[in-house]
Each structure stands twice: as C-alpha cells, then as structure tokens.
Ligand binder design. Structure first.
Ligand SMILES: *[C@@H]1O[C@H](CO)[C@@H](O)[C@H](O)[C@H]1NC(C)=O
Ligand SMILES: *[C@@H]1O[C@H](CO)[C@@H](O)[C@H](O)[C@H]1NC(C)=O
Ligand SMILES: *[C@@H]1O[C@H](CO)[C@@H](O)[C@H](O)[C@H]1NC(C)=O
Ligand SMILES: *[C@@H]1O[C@H](CO)[C@@H](O)[C@H](O)[C@H]1NC(C)=O
Ligand SMILES: *[C@@H]1O[C@H](CO)[C@@H](O)[C@H](O)[C@H]1NC(C)=O
Ligand SMILES: *[C@@H]1O[C@H](CO)[C@@H](O)[C@H](O)[C@H]1NC(C)=O
Length: 483
C-alpha cells in the first residue's frame, strides 16, 4: 500500500471514529456514598485505603467546593430533582419509613430526563425519597430497573429494620440475600446491569450505596485491613469505606470488560458530611452531618471520564447538589430545564473554567421550635449562619487510638453557638474566624438574601407517623400502598 492509500484509509477510519463519537451519548454512572466524610478517602487521608476511588480522583477532577445538604433525603432530592429542598418541602431532617410523604410527584427526576435522551436507566441501592405509594418509588420515577431499599438505613446483612424486610428486586421483595453484605450484592447487580446492557443505547446507572451509613458493620476481610487502628468503631468504619472502594473497582472493571469505560462519565459524591458519632471524619472542617457547618455540607466528590478535557486536577468552582442533574443532562447532550434551581456546570468543569454559581442556600428550616430561624447562605466568599446550625460543633481528628469511650476523641475546640455567624470561606474554610461583629454591613447584605429566599420556602413535608405503614399488613415487608 503506498503512503497516499494509507493516508486515505486513516482518514476514513478517523471519520468513522468521529461519527461514532458524535452519535453515541456518554454512559453515565452516578455513584453516591452514604455519609462519607471529607477526610474519609485515601486522596485526602493516607490512613484510608481506597485505591480505586483514588485512581479516579487522580486521573479525573476532585471537587473542592461542591456542596450537599446536611442530611440524606434532602441531598437526594437535590440530585434527582435539581431543586433546593426548601423549595419542595424536604428541608426538615429526613423522611422516616412511617411518614406518608415523598418528594412531590410533579418534579421531573434525572432518569426521566435521561430517558428522553434515549438512555437505559438503572438504579441499585438506597432510595430514601419516600415510598408510601408506588408512584413515589424508583420504577415509577424514571428507572427501568431497581434493586435496593426504600428507607434510610437497615442491617447490611439481613436487609431488615427490626423484623421487617426492606429489599427489593424491581417491585418484588428480595428475601434471598440474607447474610450477604450489601456492598457485594450492589456491586454484583451493577456488574449484571453492565453485562446485560445493549450497547446500542447509552446507559445511566445510579448507584447510591448503603456504604458507609450506620449501622457500623463490615465483613472481617475489610476490618482486617486496618490493624493499626485501635479504635474499634473507626477501624470498622474504615473497613466499610474499603469495601465501598472495592465495589467501585468491580464496577469500573466490568465497564472496561464490556468496552464501555472509554465512553463513560463517572460522578462520585457523598450525600452529606460524615456523621462524627458513627466514626466518620471531616477534619479539618468544622462540624459534621446534621449541621450546616462546612463539615456537614462540603461534600467529598469527584468526576472521571468521557468528555472531560482538563483532568488530573482539582476544581474549586462553587457548586451545589442541585447542579448535578442539569450538569449530567448537559454531559449527555441534552438541554437542561431552566425552571429548576440547578444550573449546568458542564462546560466549566470539563474545561476548568470558573463556575457560574455565585450563591446558594445551605438550608432554611422553620419546622419546629428547635430549628426555627435555622438558615445558612453563601454569597461569593461569605457565609452567613443564623439560628441553630445543628450539632455536633467543633473540629475533630479521626479517633484512631482510644479503644473505648467517646467517639469524639481528639476534640480540638468546641464552641457555643451564637445566633449569627459570618465567615469568609475562601480565606477561612475551617470556620475559625467569626466576622459577624466586625462586618455588620456584610451580615445585613446576606440577611437580605436569606429573606429573599425565605419567601420562596414551602412548608416542610413532615407528617406524623401513620400506623397504616406498618409492615405486618404487607407480609412483613416495608411496602407502598398506604397513602
Ligand atoms: C408542584 O406542586 C407544588 C404544590 O402544588 C407547586 O407549588 C409547585 O410549583 C409545583 N412545581 C412544579 C415544578 O410543577
Ligand atoms: C437484622 O439484624 C438486626 C441487627 O443488626 C436485628 O436487630 C434484626 O432483628 C435482624 N432482623 C431480622 C429479620 O433478622
Ligand atoms: C434470588 O432470587 C431471584 C429470583 O428468583 C434470583 O433472580 C436471584 O438470582 C436470587 N439471588 C440469590 C443471591 O440467590
Ligand atoms: C469484587 O470482585 C472480587 C472478584 O470477583 C470479589 O472477590 C470481591 O468480593 C468483590 N468486592 C465487592 C465489594 O463486591
Ligand atoms: C440491541 O438493540 C438494537 C436496537 O434496538 C437491536 O436491533 C438489537 O437486536 C439489540 N441487541 C440485542 C443483543 O438485544
Ligand atoms: C496514636 O498514637 C501514636 C503513638 O502514641 C501517635 O504517634 C499518633 O499520632 C496517634 N494518632 C492519632 C490520630 O492520635
């Protein structure tokens, strides 16, 4: 073959490649770790063993200012709907299994948007957005298939809460997984989805793992990876994180074996900051889960893969959980809904450009006297907190050494709450230097913004427990059908 011919062949080959790329939308794998703290991953903390997550982080983009809500249901509401929880009634703590409520059905969820773009949509893991009627559940809100549980938490081995099962294969109770740790099952189910996927369609997989939420349970193999951690709780928790990492590794391996990996975009994020009381850690950030301190809301998250142009880097642009839905829709080649709170950052993230977000609400919640006035806002570099920010407060290093006693070992400083706090988060991300008394004009400016958003708040959907929910009337399975 002469060189001109070779050149022609190369050109034809390239144009085929280009046309394939143009027609095939990226596969999207959205992994959520439950209750994973800022300091609970190997890429921040050398004591943690998370080689698979670290590799995605090192070769992708680590988000330094991607915010989440301080609890599970509100963050997941933001992920799925692109709406701030205080706009849809999900601002107060989390939904319990016995409350007749779910995220209002008039909001379009992320998988529904992706279905419009031709995606196959699968979910494996934890829902926690309400299940009192079928219309509230994953297979009615955009997912072609579902394997997992509807509630907040359960035993990792028997998949029950007390005597009652919460585990489903699509809509049917899944009784036959007793004894198998959920990280194994969820990874295997994800691998099955990948293997069975018809590659003529783009794939969206939402993988909100049970790991590493309480109860603190892990197979011995992972516990044994941390012989130097003397504190039993922290050692078990660390093992749980490594089990999650192994599960992530098995999913990426399956994507590679199926030939999908090159055209897959992976988003990995926690749903809220780490709960200190369950041995998670957010050092050096202040506070943890349940609080609107940075430790409760600045989420561990990263992105890897298809479409990203500026990688092996960190991204400092301001982002909020509401932004993931439109960002992923953009990555998929779609046009995000402009009526939602979330804004797309796809072009900014992939090219390493500044974020277009300049402010966001940490939370607004007036539901009960204890939370009345509870409010947090970020505008530019400044953060204003009003009312009760949630507990615990303070700065904690991981409790590695004490074998018994208080999980809040190594407490550095615990400070009483005053009603108003102001911080410059760019200069003081660990919230040590309260500027409220010094910068009263800034306090007033941010308070005005809070008042503006407060007018858009809807009442919290937080009904009292309903006995109709009790699983005895549904064959001992937590089930829809009572609201
Ligand atoms: C959903 O319904 C609520 C309550 O009726 C309403 O306030 C809200 O504007 C609706 N949102 C959308 C996106 O339709
Ligand atoms: C599941 O395990 C928990 C302990 O984590 C226990 O309290 C519960 O009774 C068990 N449920 C079943 C159905 O075995
Ligand atoms: C559980 O049962 C379902 C339905 O028969 C089956 O598809 C699945 O493979 C079983 N899983 C295990 C772990 O036995
Ligand atoms: C990952 O796959 C390996 C090999 O199949 C298996 O031994 C391991 O248990 C899996 N880990 C998880 C968390 O699924
Ligand atoms: C995959 O989907 C395409 C388009 O719908 C169809 O033609 C093909 O038969 C499917 N392949 C398999 C293995 O099901
Ligand atoms: C644990 O104890 C060792 C030895 O006393 C000390 O060097 C190390 O800093 C301690 N670790 C933490 C996290 O406190």
């Amino acid at each position: 073959m002469d060189s001109e011919m070779t050149e022609k062949y190369i050109l034809v080959f390239l144009s085929i490649l280009v046309s394939c790329e143009a027609t095939q939308r990226p596969n999207i794998v959205f992994i959520v770790a439950d209750d994973l703290g800022w300091n609970d991953v190997g890429f921040r903390n050398p004591n943690m063993k998370t080689p698979n997550i670290d590799k995605l982080a090192a070769e992708g983009i680590i988000f330094e200012s991607a915010y989440v809500q301080p609890y599970c249901s509100p963050s997941r509401t933001a992920f799925m709907s692109g709406m701030f929880p205080f706009k849809v009634g999900m601002q107060h703590k989390v939904l319990s299994r016995v409350q007749p409520a779910c995220v209002p059905l008039n909001y379009t969820f992320l998988p529904q948007e992706l279905k419009k773009l031709g995606y196959a949509t699968h979910m494996i893991g934890k829902w926690h957005l309400g299940f009192c009627k079928w219309e509230c559940t994953p297979t009615y809100r955009g997912f072609d298939s579902f394997f997992g549980y509807y509630g907040a938490e359960e035993d990792y081995f028997n998949h029950s809460v007390g005597a009652f099962l919460d585990y489903r294969d699509n809509e049917l109770p899944a009784w036959n997984y007793t004894g198998e740790y959920s990280a194994y099952t969820f990874a295997r189910k994800a691998v099955d989805v990948i293997n069975q996927h018809n590659v003529s369609q783009p794939l969206f997989m939402y993988l909100p793992y049970q790991s590493v939420h309480a109860p603190i349970e892990v197979p011995e193999k992972y516990f044994n990876m941390y012989p130097n951690v003397l504190n039993h709780g922290r050692r078990t928790f660390s093992g749980m994180v490594s089990a999650l990492d192994d599960a992530v590794g098995n999913v990426t391996k399956a994507l590679k074996e199926k030939g999908l990996f090159e055209n897959t975009l992976i988003l990995f994020t926690t749903d809220n900051g780490g709960p200190l009381e369950n041995n998670a850690n957010n050092w050096p950030l202040r506070g943890g889960k349940h609080t609107i301190w940075e430790g409760g809301t600045r989420g561990t998250s990263l992105m890897y893969g298809a479409g990203l142009k500026k990688t092996k880097t960190t991204y400092n642009g301001m982002m909020h959980a509401v932004d993931w839905k439109p960002t992923l829709v953009s990555a998929a080649g779609g046009t995000p809904d402009r009526s939602i709170d979330g804004m797309t950052h796809w072009e900014s993230i992939r090219n390493g450009l500044p974020s277009s977000r300049t402010e966001f609400i940490y939370n607004l919640d007036d539901f009960e006297p204890a939370t009345e006035g509870h409010a947090g806002i970020r505008v530019g570099d400044y953060k204003l907190l009003m009312g009760y920010p949630g507990a615990p407060d303070g700065w904690y290093k991981p409790n590695m050494n004490r074998t018994r006693g208080d999980v809040f070992d190594n407490l550095i400083y615990l400070k009483g709450d005053s009603p108003v706090h102001l911080y410059n988060i760019r200069e003081d991300p660990t919230e040590h230097n309260d500027l409220a008394a010094k910068m009263t004009d800034m306090v007033d400016k941010l308070r005005t913004r809070i008042d503006y958003y407060r007018k858009q708040m809807v009442p919290a959907l937080f009904p009292p427990p309903d006995p109709a929910s009790f699983p005895k009337q549904f064959g001992n399975v937590w089930s829809p059908g009572w609201c």
